[in-house]
Design a protein around this ligand. Structure first.
Ligand code: FES
Length: 173
């Protein structure tokens, strides 16, 4: 057998042997396409957001997270009167808690209870002054230091008040 004849014969054999495999592969591809065309399209699911602690702010409509407090509940009812103050426990806005102060008919201010001296816990405003229980620093109703050893003001949060719904806006770290 000449070299040319040998190559021709070998190629024919190889082609005949491979044909069932090729046909089966092509058949499999057709099956997949046929199956995918009959698959139902599942529409995306809308997930409702948690409106108790996050949402857009009232001025810009963006998604600044907020901590919501209902001032009609027993713990916060006193904040419906101008001049009153409440200190909250730890919450999603501030792990040290908040000092809330009703400064006018339309505004409740919110400060962190975290003392700027050494991280002690600052209480609510009494006669216009909030006092740290650790070393006695004092802060006025704008959060400014009026008595050492603290040197810088309390952190203040933006708030909005709609009826009895108070929102304290905070930036997540
Ligand atoms: S930690 Fe508040 S006065 Fe020292």
């Amino acid at each position: 057998m000449k070299r040319r004849d040998f190559i021709q014969t070998t190629c024919k054999c190889a082609l005949l042997c491979a044909s069932p495999v090729l046909l089966s592969t092509l058949q499999s591809c057709e099956d997949v396409e046929a199956d995918s065309s009959s698959t139902d399209i599942i529409p995306p699911i809308d997930t409702p957001s948690d409106t108790t602690s996050t949402g857009g702010n009232d001025s810009g409509g963006d998604t600044t997270p907020f901590y919501a407090i209902d001032l009609s509940t027993a713990d916060y009812q006193s904040l419906q009167t101008v001049g009153n103050s409440v200190a909250t426990p730890s919450n999603t806005a501030d792990p040290s808690g908040l000092i809330l102060y009703r400064s006018s008919d339309t505004t409740v201010r919110a400060f962190s209870r975290y003392c700027t001296h050494a991280g002690g816990s600052v209480g609510s405003f009494v006669n216009g002054t909030a006092r740290c229980s650790s070393h006695g620093a004092q802060f006025d109703t704008s959060g400014n230091v009026v008595g050492g050893p603290a040197r810088s003001a309390l952190k203040e949060y933006l708030t909005s008040l709609d009826g009895t719904l108070l929102k304290v806006f905070y930036a997540e770290s």
